[in-house]
Write a protein that binds this ligand. Structure first.
Ligand code: AHR
Length: 678
């Protein structure tokens, strides 16, 4: 079918797009299969996981109880710089007897007198110094309630839940302790009793079987006898974690990642590894190992809430292994996010050596034989086999610090001496680097004007590029000034798509790419756009997620020279950009194992756009060829918790038989055509 077609042209008057009746020839796309170009990096499509917006605690980490360790009174950043630690240094300790300092827990007294306070007189251990002390007078009964993260409800579904807690009781408290999962109105869903309380800290466990779904469910501990009881590490996990792992991941969120077939996962930040004002708030891999009750966590971590580090270094390595993704560890380079870093306060030339040793130890933990100190720790955690860590990034966005080159060189020397097989990633192109991590947060029009061809002119002899963070964060083009982005919308995903296509086309330079941020818990949103949103029991992928899924699931082996001519030109609408840009973007690769030609395309027109596609060097196309098309009738179309499938890829057959055929690209669409040549 090679016919002239009438498609609607677009004319812009007073910032409004009008449809004009222009007779247009189909655009022309030529793909040269007989001239394969650069190899597509097999590591290209990966993920970037960061503890931001409760991505981990309250999200991917399946723990259901917020403030399980009663240490949360130290959490949060006061942006004046007066952090908890600063107050402690000045001798201003928080008032432990104030029940307002027990976030996430409520005590309801049914009869008599009962009270709760934070207590540090006989801690569970020195990493977890605070416990909850409950006191009940004779004849009183009280209910201690936790409604999960953000008090949104536990997100209960049918299945078994593992409860565990540490308790100790003063002699006169005889117990028992009743435990229940309840609906918000107090109706019991599941219950049991813990009898064995003693005067010493003891870990107690109970399984609770839940027969219904109750998103707003709550955990209730009922005390009916007089006396004093101390609690710590009150924890509730679904039995159904990802791959059934204890201390594991929320299965539905993990599956969203598995479906993207990630080649690597960069973790755990982002600014999260930097800390905000000082290095006490930075992520330190070795402090996140071992028994969760012995992990100090990071009060006042970078993104305004403390991290429990329950999803620690070991669990992240395990997640990568379970998803068949290469781990990419980001370590703090001895600099915090802000100028007030204690390192900068000290001598920057001498005081960061401990961070180099910590990076070496972290590599030993991941890869070392079990005869080494940290290899033995890994074996103790149940993983004697090495995890095969090959990528390490030194710092995050620390390029602008004058100390960075010195620190980077120090890390490189020490790592390469001991582990020459490690690939080291830098934050800066100004140091000698194997791979440089570049980050962009931009707009769709900037992608059209600049970023889609960003790497076409990069020096082929320079370092390879890792796009560790990329996303469109600006609202749709027609949105009135000041409009906030709600979720990710279709037009942004199309802008991202042409950037990803440019990266794949230049995969001899761009070796890895990732979208950022990965996860956002909806009641914790602080970043304009994110790949996956969730609440306590639901999840949805954004339009950005589905473009990524289409692309990462259809990766070729070699880039094919592709030219596109004759697509409708569109005017830029931003005042800062002059002229026009094409409305149709097409690139192609070929997959060796199948012989498939994989065409990736974006049509920015709000109308269908026909193109004559010539695949040169191929005799015949097979009937099983198919296309995946992501489209909607509005550039602002988005998915949501209530409509998770409003904009998802739809499969279509490609009925062409000859290597020259006409394809109609859907309005406002990203498409992947998988053309069978065998
Ligand atoms: O992706 C969110 C943040 O953006 C990352 O933590 C940081 O690296 C970047 O500035």
């Amino acid at each position: 079918m090679n016919r002239k077609c009438q498609i609607a042209g677009l004319l812009m008057i007073s910032n409004v797009w009008l449809i004009s009746t222009v007779l247009a020839e189909p655009a022309k796309v030529t793909i040269k299969v007989d001239q394969p170009g650069a190899q597509v990096s097999p590591m290209l499509y990966g993920l970037f996981y960061e503890e931001i917006q409760n991505a981990g605690d309250g999200g991917l980490y399946a723990e259901m109880i917020e403030n399980r360790s009663f240490e949360a009174f130290r959490n949060g950043n006061e942006f004046s710089g007066d952090t908890y630690y600063n107050r402690v240094r000045r001798g201003l300790l928080p008032d432990l007897s104030d029940p307002a300092n027990v976030p996430c827990w409520k005590l309801q007294t049914a009869t008599g007198e009962a009270s709760m306070v934070l207590d540090q007189s006989a801690p569970l251990n020195d990493k977890n110094p605070t416990s909850l002390k409950l006191r009940l007078d004779k004849g009183s009964s009280a209910r201690l309630i936790n409604r999960g993260f953000k008090a949104a409800g536990l997100g209960l579904a049918k299945g078994t839940y593992h409860l565990s807690l540490y308790a100790r009781a003063a002699k006169e408290f005889t117990g028992p302790l009743s435990i229940a999962l309840e609906r918000p109105n107090g109706e019991r869903i599941a219950s049991g009793k813990i009898e064995e309380l003693s005067g010493e800290w003891k870990k107690l466990t109970l399984d609770l079987a839940c027969a219904i779904d109750e998103p707003a469910g709550q955990l209730v501990l009922t005390f009916e006898n007089p006396g004093e009881v101390w609690l710590d590490m009150v924890s509730l996990f679904p039995a159904n974690t990802f791959k059934g792992r204890p201390n594991g991941l929320r299965a539905d969120l993990a599956q969203m990642l598995v479906d993207l077939k990630p080649a690597f996962i960069r973790f755990p930040g982002g600014c999260f590894v930097e800390g905000l004002y000082d290095l006490d708030q930075a992520w330190r891999p070795l402090r996140t190992l071992g028994d969760v009750a012995q992990r100090p966590g990071i009060p006042g971590a970078r993104w305004g809430y403390g991290s429990t580090d329950g999803l620690g270094y070991h669990e992240m390595l395990q997640m990568c292994e379970d998803m068949q993704a290469a781990p990419l560890l980001v370590v703090n380079c001895g600099l915090s996010h802000d100028d007030a870093s204690i390192v900068r306060g000290g001598d920057p030339n001498t005081s960061w050596g401990g961070f180099v040793q910590e990076a070496l130890d972290a590599i030993e933990y991941a890869n070392g034989p079990t005869s080494t100190r940290w290899g033995a720790e890994r074996a103790k955690a149940g993983h004697p086999e090495p995890f095969g860590l090959r990528y390490i990034e030194i710092g995050n966005e620390n390029e602008s610090f004058p100390e960075y080159p010195l620190h980077y060189a120090g890390f490189c020397k020490a790592i390469k001496e001991k582990y020459p097989e490690m690939t080291i990633i830098s934050n800066s192109s100004k140091v000698e680097a194997e791979i440089v991590d570049e980050h962009y947060y931009t707009s769709t029009e900037q992608c059209m004007a600049q970023y889609q061809k960003q790497y076409d002119g990069y020096d082929r002899k320079g370092p390879r590029i890792f796009v560790g963070e990329f996303a469109i964060v600006a609202p749709p083009k027609d949105a009135p000034a000041g409009t906030e982005v709600k979720m990710n919308y279709l037009e942004a995903a199309l802008g991202e798509a042409i950037f990803w296509m440019g990266a794949e086309r230049n995969s001899d330079v761009v070796t890895m790419i990732a979208y950022a941020p990965l996860f956002c818990r909806l009641d914790s949103k602080m970043w304009p756009t994110n790949m996956i949103y969730f609440d306590q029991n639901r999840v949805f992928g954004t339009t950005s997620y589905y473009v990524w899924k289409m692309f990462s699931n259809n990766q070729g082996t070699n880039v094919l020279p592709t030219t596109t001519t004759g697509s409708q030109e569109m005017a830029y609408r931003s005042d800062k950009l002059k002229g026009t840009h094409p409305s149709l973007y097409v690139d192609a690769t070929r997959q060796d194992s199948t012989g498939d030609v994989i065409i990736k395309a974006v049509n920015f027109l709000t109308q269908p756009q026909e193109a004559t596609i010539s695949i040169e060097g191929v005799d015949k196309i097979h009937a099983a060829s198919e296309a995946w098309v992501l489209t909607a009738d509005s550039p602002a179309a988005e998915n949501s918790l209530d409509k998770p499938n409003a904009v998802v890829p739809v499969k279509q057959p490609v009925s062409a038989e000859k290597p020259v055929f006409t394809w109609s690209f859907a309005p406002l669409s990203a498409s992947v055509l998988r053309i069978k040549t065998r």
